[in-house]
Design a binder for this molecule. Sequence first.
Ligand code: MN
Length: 431
Amino acid sequence: MASNLPISSDQISSHNALRIAALEEDYDSLGRRLGRRGVAIDAVKARVAKFTVAVPSWGVGVGGTRFAKFPIAGEPTNIHEKLEDCAVVQQLGRATPRVSPHFPWDWVDDFAGLREEAAALGLGFDAVNSNTFQDQPGLEQSYRTGSLSSTDAKVRAQAVAHNVACIEAGRALGSDSLTVWVGDGTNFPGQQDLGRSLDRYLEAAAEVYAALPQDWRMLLEHKMFEPAFYSTVISDWGSSILAATELGPKAQCLVDLGHHAPNVNIEQIVARLHRFGKLGGFHFNDSKYGDDDLDAGSINPHQLFLVFNELVEAERNPRGGFNPAYMIDQSHNVTDPIESLLSSAETILSAFAKAVLVDREALRSAQDGNDVMMAFQALRRSYDVDVAPIIAMARYEAGGAIDTLAMYREIGWRDRKAQHRKPVGLGAGIV
Ligand SMILES: [Mn+2]
């Protein structure tokens, strides 16, 4: 199937040959340390090897601030080139086998053909993302004042039809979920009735829900600000879970780490959503001020660990089920996007591995005995472990590169692509 891989396995083997002895030494040493705690390092590695996170098609392009974007030579300019770059990320890192497309940005005439093209690159497709937050050439109606919640029935109908078209495209691609984020909301008090706009959203979202195939999920992504700075229709996890509950069992909530008020306890939101069977998925990124879409764990790696601690806990206690869709959702403005994705996937895997290391029995017993310090230490002792050898060994055994960034630079990918990809024009950034 994967007949068109961008990097030869010989290249990866020679890269690894220079590094495997040191990695084995580090892995064995960490294995002995963990063994003294009663943790089998191979079991942790096996968990890491199974963990995957999707890459968004737009994540391999250079993003921007709202004011400007500074493109780099060799950036992908269409879905075919984006898939090539995603294949590089997957071949080196071995943790990102699926791509999450965005429509209409990635629209093609032949989705079955696109699925084959991706398979030849060693890739499949994850959740499809609809876009009713900006106008496109040729659209009859404008989303200027909203989409699924618009006061205009014709605009709502257009937004519903677009989501249904995304589902159809996703079926041909082998996807099984639709992620819906709407920018609908208001910038002024009084601009819209807060109750009636939600009614309109729910009615339109129900039409999209009705078009879902039996085994599909609809993931509702909440965000409390931007571009609607006074109110948004699906503002927070409360609105999201209420809407998902009203829509039905195939609707679940998607948590984007940057879409909350500052200092919100996101790990608690994870636990709450799981408690009620509505934890649908994640968009990983990091932020300092708002929805900055910075690289996962670059600002607050501890929060990422605490989120994964809840996810590992949820997996152990699946209640009605545990199947969150994981995706990286970042805007790479000043780095090569492939490098950011490689680095972020590693960070995400590390946070997961650290959460796997937590001694759940010790944690539970300290919690039940109100031993605050030991409960905290159960987390801290795992957070403090450098799990890099586990991640690297899992990647090596899966055929990836031991040092992904070094190998990416060795192959000169971007320079080679700059020879024939057409330059991306200057322009406004994305929000
Ligand atoms: Mn997102």
